[in-house]
Design a protein around this ligand. Sequence first.
Ligand code: ZN
Length: 247
Amino acid sequence: MRYLILSDIHANVTALDSVLAAARGQWDKAVCLGDVVGYGPDPNQAVERIRSLNLVTIRGNHDKAGSGLANADDFNPIARAVAMWTKEQLSPENRDWLQKLPGGPLVINDFRIVHGAIRDEDEYVFSPAQALDGLLETAPPVTFFGHTHLQGGFTFRDNQVGVLSFRPTGGQPFSTLSIETGTTYLLNPGSIGQPRDGDPRAAFAIADLAKNSVEFWRVTYNIEAVQNRMVKAGLPEPLILRLSFGR
Ligand code: ZN
């Protein structure tokens, strides 16, 4: 079974459509690690596209804030402003769908999904020290997480934490990680709609754990088209500019 792993779409439907086009015919089932909305100009379209895929989605912090399930008090002023804007834009039906999303972690067949950390869905896992807690939970051995918008992750074997990062280049649109028995993995597919690892391309993963393989993909998309819609919607300039740099 090949699983398409989507995360941090952030209301960027142009990036999402480019991902779905690149992944067409390559997967059997899909999951989404949350943050369907927030930051980007297309909250309704992003929700509708994800709903049409009939997949398992858990909620992210921006899904909670954008749907009004949580207040955005812990957001920075820019993120809070867009959460308010998102709440106004969402149709009642899409808002309701976001509010009903389950929180992580959730176990799907032979892997686990969570938005942030296993013990706290809103916690960021940036460093090996922050990853260690999750890596010690060895069943199942593979967990996919999002939230940081950095494609890569962490491994644990022989009491050592390893750091993974990927940068597919050249002819191949993806880098393949071989899953080894006896190693625990916390893997981040990266962000579709607002990458922050210095690569502006949309990021996602395809996992085939029966074959011990996870592919980390990057695809280009029309960034300018999204930026133009953000200008039209009056969204904050720093959010518009950062898409060009993937930071
Ligand atoms: Zn996010």
